[in-house]
Write a protein that binds this ligand. Structure first.
Ligand SMILES: [Zn+2]
Length: 575
């Protein structure tokens, strides 16, 4: 007896046994049970996912002597005829070779006659997108008003090539790629029925190569089982299929994540010596990093991964070894080079160059570490300023999308969208009433600077809104402080808790119990638009760019300054 290939030998004969297309088979079974099968059905999807197989089962179910029933009996004359590939009333047509208008006209003529023996005359047209436009037009009329006994089942891998007029007259069912775990189980079951055993990694390899196509998987399995009578070795299977071992892909990704460039180059060398396609290796590496990235995103993201169980465990373990931002950074860098590898005439050199470049690139710091560094920086700058004894400017967070510095829990800062910059000596001179006492000097002779130094030390977040404060008067038990600037800052300082802090510090510094009273003076209007304003703007810009904190932020984020905005606080919500 001639050898029957596995794909044919194990072709499903009932809807329930079709692999991985439950969403289609369930709907069809319900349609048959309720007598509502459409007269034209289009099955689309990747090759080898069961389009014609389902069409045939449906044909059997509709014409079964015991039916129409959701599952054909597979024993009656009609079922047996269809299983063996045809019958008087079921016509399987290859759309690629029967695509002319004449052939469709002939089909249309024949369709008018009643079926010979069965309930329905069924036309299964495979690769229907290959029909010519004229042929589609000829078919259209029949699809519009089909005789009651005619059913059309179309199958295609390229539904977008079918005219919309045809599509709109068909009920569509989309077949999916079969997922790896299901395909592996299917292969394992077939091996068992064939009394052959293959290692799980080999089955996974075959399933991966098949890319979700059951037919491709079974063809590969056919080939693999021919290698040896007993159990073919995994190495022999790798060689036969000409694919890179998963070990190499795992190893390569891990070497790169560890920063072990030499290890990565070694693996590359081995794969090259094995005669494998390095462009394919690079594609596998990208897929591996994508999978690792998903693994770092938690349980929920893992449902997007399609791997057999043993590989999933390994992937999750590998991902757990590296910080998520490092994995995504590497994925990003490698993906950026994808085109250069794909188009390279010497893929080996291209890959080596990429790996070496990666060795020189600085991987990003974890976000928490960055925030800590920025915070350190802010503290050290604050300290230096305190030592100098002069505090001409104050600084908010550097940029909206940069991580915000750690905030004092009791005193939230405003979310400032860009470099905040106020320069009292430039902005306030003109508007300051002549009677105001200059900052740092108190009518009583005691030093407001001492108070500010203590505030900076004990409550740095309060120091910022107080930086431009001026002492207006100081009488027994009462100190009047004028705040220049936004209502927001005023309200912030004017909170009961903060006033208490200020009272305590002021009392200590002046050596007498003092109750602070706040007075607010609004900022003068922004000078932008006037000549003087423009001049001030240029000066501010230069100072901003030269500020050590800006310089350090640029270095840390490898960034550049796009725009500098001066914030004119409008007052607003508190907190
Ligand atoms: Zn039957």
């Amino acid at each position: 007896m001639s050898y029957l290939v596995l794909a044919r030998k194990y072709r499903p004969q009932t809807l329930a046994t079709v692999l991985g297309q439950e969403h289609v088979t369930r709907t069809l079974a319900n349609a048959i049970a309720s007598g509502r099968v459409a007269h034209a059905i289009l099955f689309s999807g990747p090759r080898g996912t069961g389009k014609t197989t389902v069409a045939r089962i449906l044909a059997k179910a509709m014409n079964c002597e015991a039916g129409p029933a959701p599952e054909p009996c597979n024993r009656c004359a009609s079922c047996i005829e269809i299983t063996s590939g045809g019958g008087a009333d079921v016509h399987e047509i290859d759309g690629a070779s029967n695509n002319s208008v004449d052939q469709v006209r002939e089909l249309r003529e024949n369709a008018r006659y009643m079926p010979a023996r069965s309930r329905h005359k069924i036309y299964i047209i495979d690769e229907v997108h290959m029909l010519t436009t004229a042929a589609f037009n000829a078919l259209l009329k029949t699809l519009e008003e089909p005789p009651a006994h005619v059913l059309f089942f179309f199958a295609t891998t390229e539904p977008h090539k079918i005219p919309i007029t045809i599509l709109s007259r068909c009920q569509r069912h989309e077949m999916r790629r079969v997922e790896m775990p299901a395909l592996c189980r299917h292969l394992e079951e077939i091996c068992r029925q064939e009394s052959r055993a293959l290692p799980a990694e080999s089955l996974a390899l075959i399933a991966r190569e098949a890319g979700g196509s059951v037919r491709d998987a079974l063809s590969l399995l056919d080939q693999v089982l021919l290698i040896a009578d007993g159990v073919p070795s995994h190495a022999a299977i790798l060689e036969l299929l000409g694919v890179v071992d998963r070990e190499a892909v795992f190893g390569l990704a891990e070497s790169l994540l560890e920063g072990n460039t030499l290890g990565a180059l070694d693996t590359l060398d081995r794969v090259y010596d094995g005669g494998h396609d390095l462009k394919r290796l690079y594609a596998d590496l990208l897929a591996q990093l994508r999978d690792l990235c998903l693994c770092t995103m938690g349980e929920e993201a893992r449902r997007l991964l399609d791997h057999p169980a043993h590989e999933m465990d390994r992937l999750v373990a590998a991902a757990a070894r590296f910080p998520a931002n490092r994995v995504s950074w590497l994925f990003d860098r490698l993906f950026a080079e994808e085109a250069s590898v794909r188009l390279a005439s010497e893929p080996r050199l291209a890959l080596e160059l990429i790996f070496i470049r990666l060795a020189w690139a600085r991987p990003p710091l974890p976000l928490a570490e960055l925030i800590e560094k920025l915070d350190d920086l802010r503290r050290s700058i604050g300290g230096a300023r305190e030592n100098e004894g002069a505090a001409p400017r104050q600084w908010g967070p550097p940029a909206a999308d940069a991580p915000a510095p750690v905030r004092e829990p009791d005193l939230p800062r405003p979310d400032v969208p860009s470099c905040r910059f106020t320069a009292p000596e430039e902005e306030n001179e003109a508007a300051a009433p002549p009677a105001a006492t200059p900052p740092g000097q108190d009518p009583s002779g005691a030093s407001w600077d001492t108070v500010m130094a203590q505030v900076k030390k004990q409550h740095p977040s309060l120091a910022s809104p107080l930086e431009q404060a001026v002492v207006r008067s100081h009488t027994a038990g009462r100190i009047e402080i004028e705040l220049v600037g936004s209502e927001f800052h005023f309200n912030l300082v004017n909170r009961k808790k903060n006033l208490a802090v200020l009272a305590k510090i002021a009392s200590e510094c002046y050596g007498e119990p003092l109750q602070p009273v706040l007075i607010r003076r609004a900022l003068p209007a922004d000078g932008n638009g006037t000549e003087a304003g423009a001049e001030t703007g240029a000066l501010l810009r230069e100072r901003t760019l030269r500020h050590p904190m800006v310089e350090e932020a640029l270095r840390l984020f490898d960034g550049r300054v796009i725009d500098i905005k001066r914030l004119v606080p409008q007052g607003g919500k508190d907190g």
